[in-house]
Design a protein around this ligand. Sequence first.
Ligand code: CUA
Length: 326
Amino acid sequence: MVIGATIIWLVVVGLTLYAVFTERTFRPEQVRRVIIGGGALFPTIVLTGLLAYGLSMMPSLQSPAPEGSLRIDISAVRWWWRVSYHPLSTSVNPSSDTDQPDAIAFELANELVLPVDEPVEFKLSSEDVIHSFWIPAIGGKVDAIPGRITRLKLQPQRLGTYRGVCAEYCGEAHSQMSFIVKVVSREDFNRWFEHQKRPASLQVVQRSASPSTESIEDATQQASTQQASTQRDSLEFEGYQTFKRLGCGACHAIRGTDAISRVAPDLTHVGGRASLGAGWLPNDEDGFTRWLRETKKIKPGVEMPQFDALTPSELQSLATFLESLQ
Ligand code: CUA
């Protein structure tokens, strides 16, 4: 397609330059032939061919993936992507057009991890306006429409990290509604999947929840690493307290804690993701601090309140805590 487009572009530019610089005069009949042939017939034939080619690919993109394939529900929200993985044992059921809610293994946001060379079926929906799910390097794009389910089947061919975007204007932060797609080997995928399924493994959370249940072994092990990480631990603990005090759990979930709301992105393993703010900020403590302090500036229109009244130490502890959610 690129080669064809380049040839056509060169021919058109060549003819334009020729027309501008030539001294020759043309007979009306010659002019008519160029206009009808090059201006009407040629584009009609080429565009009809391309349309047929494009349409011929659609059934395979929208057909159900084979039984046992990976299934992922994508729900578009202004302005982020809710990503829900089904348990690996649940196979694709081609007749599941009724879209009954079925088991979800875990939920994350703005990030997809896919095994290479395997078909994956996406079930797309929207929680507010029309969005469009597109991973330019792998395929797409299919609209996510409120009140309707659309489907897309893809099979990533190459390992790597790709960027996905929202391809339908959906309001203020439309251009900041990206996501990261990591295509990995089956083994890496399984390892990642098992890790995502687990609740947040937070020492601070466990300790504050049940200080008496620590085994002696745990306590000894902790004591040896304690010195180096005491400061960090106490920051994480403070951060967790701040998270609770500010009521972040009213919108966010961290599996393994009291925070279970699904209004905003699930934060169970947020520190291990590639980006913050839907593909917008680097995922590190500085990124978290900036996001919390300048939410509205970084992403105008975002629903999350801006926590710019927090003291620098509160911000730092919260950022340390969130980053520790690996
Ligand atoms: Cu969502 Cu544009």
